[in-house]
Design a protein around this ligand. Structure first.
Ligand SMILES: O=P(O)(O)OC[C@H]1O[C@H](OP(=O)(O)OP(=O)(O)O)[C@H](O)[C@@H]1O
Ligand code: HPA
Length: 183
């Protein structure tokens, strides 16, 4: 299992974003092309690694968490909340600051209420800045974080909670190496 994901990562080009070695991959960028079989492989691996009975809602972040969340939602029938990068000013909206290795911005959470049991899903955890922002937003509304799962883990960011990763990678200036898998 995860052969497609491992192959796509180990053939990913790497570019510089400032000082940051940024790998370009279908799952993390939608570029050059996202094969349905790769998306299915990831959805199946998430189903096998998460306790579905403990999850009321799936929370993903715009943009590159969305396709993963959609695949998981359609396989599990669990509803999906997308954290957006623009405000809607709805009652109860929570705004948090996000910083990654190459960008900064605001995130806006709607659709999660106190007592909801949520899983946070994303494409990649690198500095952990995005997951820390999502955790803070969910804690502010009083929901319970049942699990956090990303497809790809790079580095050893501390997000203050257990993190499930389908694969762990190392990124040099020229290439990606898969160093661990969940299965
Ligand atoms: O662990 P971190 O350093 O926070 O990096 C991970 C985040 O970076 C990317 O999001 P980005 O904000 O670049 O936006 P995108 O999803 O629109 O590409 C990615 O989708 C993760 O959410
Ligand atoms: O190197 C990366 N590639 C794609 N998406 C990312 N999000 C954080 N780091 C990366």
């Amino acid at each position: 299992m995860l052969e497609r994901l491992i192959h796509s990562l180990e053939t990913s080009p790497v570019m510089k974003r400032g000082e940051y070695n940024y790998f370009i991959n279908p799952i993390t960028d939608g570029v050059p092309l996202l094969e349905p079989a790769l998306l299915r492989e990831i959805g199946c691996a998430m189903v096998r690694n998460l306790d579905l009975a403990k999850i009321d809602k799936i929370v993903v972040c715009e943009a590159m968490g969305i396709h993963i969340g959609v695949a998981f939602s359609m396989m599990t029938d669990i509803p999906l909340v997308v954290v957006r990068k623009r405000p809607y000013d709805l009652p109860g909206e929570v705004a948090v600051h996000q910083a990654t290795g190459y960008s900064k911005g605001e995130l806006y959470l709607n659709g999660v209420a106190a007592g909801d049991r949520v899983v946070i899903i994303d494409d990649v955890c690198s500095t952990g800045g995005t997951l820390r922002a999502l955790i803070s937003a969910i804690e502010q509304v009083g929901a319970e974080i049942a699990d956090i799962c990303v497809v790809i883990g790079r580095g050893d960011a501390d997000i203050g909670r257990p993190l499930k990763t389908l694969v762990r990678i190392e990124v040099s200036e020229t290439q990606v190496r898969v160093v661990d898998t969940c299965l």
